[in-house]
Design a protein around this ligand. Sequence first.
Ligand SMILES: *Cc1c(COP(=O)(O)O)cnc(C)c1O
Length: 372
Amino acid sequence: MSDQPRIPPQPGIMDISLYQGGAAHIAGQDNVIKLSSNENPYGASEKAREAAIRAAHQMHRYPNTDHAALREAIAEIHGLDPDRIICGAGSDEVLQFAAQCFAGPGDEIIMTEHGFSMYPILTRAAGATPVVVPERQRKVDVDAILNAVTAKTRIVFLTNPGNPTGTLLPEAGLRRLVSGLPDDVLLVHDGAYTEFIDGEFRLDFDLADTFPNLMATRTFSKIYGLGGLRIGWGYAQRSLIDVLNRVRQPFNLSVVQLAAAEAAMRDRAHVTRCQAENARWRGWLREALQNLGIDCDESHANFVLARFSDEATATACDEALKADGVIVRKVAGYGLPNCLRITIGDESSCRRVAHVVGLFMAERGLEKEDQI
Ligand SMILES: *Cc1c(COP(=O)(O)O)cnc(C)c1O
């Protein structure tokens, strides 16, 4: 039997490498701490959970197709126009709408070196070609993106703050990028981690008012703690949203998803608390790692990227953490083989990470001394 499918798939489909999710289990360990998928350690808002349970009584009913109540809640909280919002099964689905609507065979989609691993998948699924541009010291390089634009470019996918880098493209850089792109190239500003930036970030919403070729996306999977439910959204000018809505399946969000997301959006106290706890322990963990001699950029997200001297050390530290029941993310697939991405957990998780990494580095130091 050959692995070749009998029915030839569309161009690009067989070039897709399957997405690797963060590990969730360690063989033989029950009490694991999962810090591999940037999930919210405090879980979802209690109000969201209650709303989901109430909505479960309506499971036999089809959901609304227009997501009006959820879009209204998002618009109210963020000061946006509800008619310019589109909701998807995770922001991944909104990104997919963009790729499907605006790119096809022969077209190019630009993404950065350490960009989100869904971008090449969505690009190839649309039959288009991914064009990967370098970053500079793990930061988005606006000139590299602008220089990579050709007549075939249809979309630029930008994660800001970056995943897995955690770095932020400053306002001037983002303005220069969107101003420098041709009118017929869509800039997707993937803001999955914007809620973790200190202070309110709404630059991408504001830019979407001026630039018809910019779409901002947000997710309920990270700060809202609803990754298991799959809800995200995009904001752009109405003409663009109108295009995307044509490929959106009418029932893409269930009654449970819609109810939970709306309640989560309105529970600002939960968001504020998660934001504050994350900022506190993110700073603490970065400092702890730096004190151990491990490089770590300032992060604007809910994880830090620990940079070891080489890949072997990163791998050995990953093993040491695993042996202690802590799962973090190896990011060699993102072009960062000497790094581990560590989600900011609660206080005890952060302390445990620092403790285990500290023991690991001390042991390494002794081994090195032995060799001298
Ligand atoms: C987690 C993440 C998302 C969110 O994906 P969902 O489909 O909304 O769960 C989007 N972009 C990036 C870069 C992410 O890390």
